[in-house]
Design a protein. Sequence first.
Length: 351
Amino acid sequence: MQKSIERIADDSEGHSYEFPVFRFEGTDKAAPSAYLQAALHAGELPGVVAIDALMPMLEKAEAEGRIKGSITVVPQANPIGRAQYHFGEHQGRFHLGTRTNFNRGFPLLAAPDVELLPDTTLGTADQRLKTRLLQLSIGHDIVLDLHCDDEGLAYLYVHARLWPAMADCAAAMGVDAVILWDEDTDGTFEGASITPYLNLPAEVARFDRRVATTVEYRGILDVDGALAGADAEGLYRLLVARGVVQDQALSTPGSFTGLVAPLENIDMMPAPRAGAVLYKVKPGDRVAEGALLATIVHAPGEAGGRTQLFAPQAGIILTRRSRRIIRAGEDLLKLVGDRKSADARSGTLED
Ligand SMILES: [Zn+2]
């Protein structure tokens, strides 16, 4: 395993950012290769500790000559976001300098060719970081971008072209749900990882062996040793199932039995009022149409000071907020409905 340090110049003199990259060289050129990164949203750490638990498994496999395909690992992909604090609160989701989401604005290339990447020398530091991360990942057959939600189940975003071919990956990882999407106009990292292949001939795109996904490892507070160990085993099982790592002791994953739904089935449930949120449901709950989801206390102690919110359709609660303070219009939770949402939002991932 080789460790190297990436450096990203900041926008002013005398300052730069750095992050480590770990590379395992595969012994079989025909085997699929894999790229894993975590904490692109810099405060989302479940994937970071999962990678920490995965590394000894990969090093053991390497020592035993079982790494078949090359593996690139970036445990902390966003040193810019990592350093951003505002009045004592960490801000890892948006670049403070440009107000751009760190998981938006990746270049959507016409083909998987690093020569097509834009020159960001005179761009901003976050653009240079995005270009470099894409450059590091392009060419790998398997690209895993590890995130987490606010409070939520473990779930994957997957492009519809990769489903159901990726069902073995979802089963190997043991996630609860898979959300399918089909168009990225915002430039998420996942979108930038799969879009270059969409217009290639099938024999070049190789969707049967391609993996690109945003992994949502539950909630922001689910940074836990036992979960990290289980998630590392899930990642390892995926790498074995896809032939990146060889391990005779592991059986092939069974069929995926979790929830699979198109993105258009998600109801985001904006809060009708500002106030304190009393949730009636939690991630994983199955709700009927008309079920009480939450009560917002907007005028405490007054008659009519509470507003209730009901499920617009039957479905499963995928996520909810970790904080209980809300403004009108902010999203209360994600409900994966049994059918298309009446107010399905355009766009792609809401990670
Ligand atoms: Zn994220």
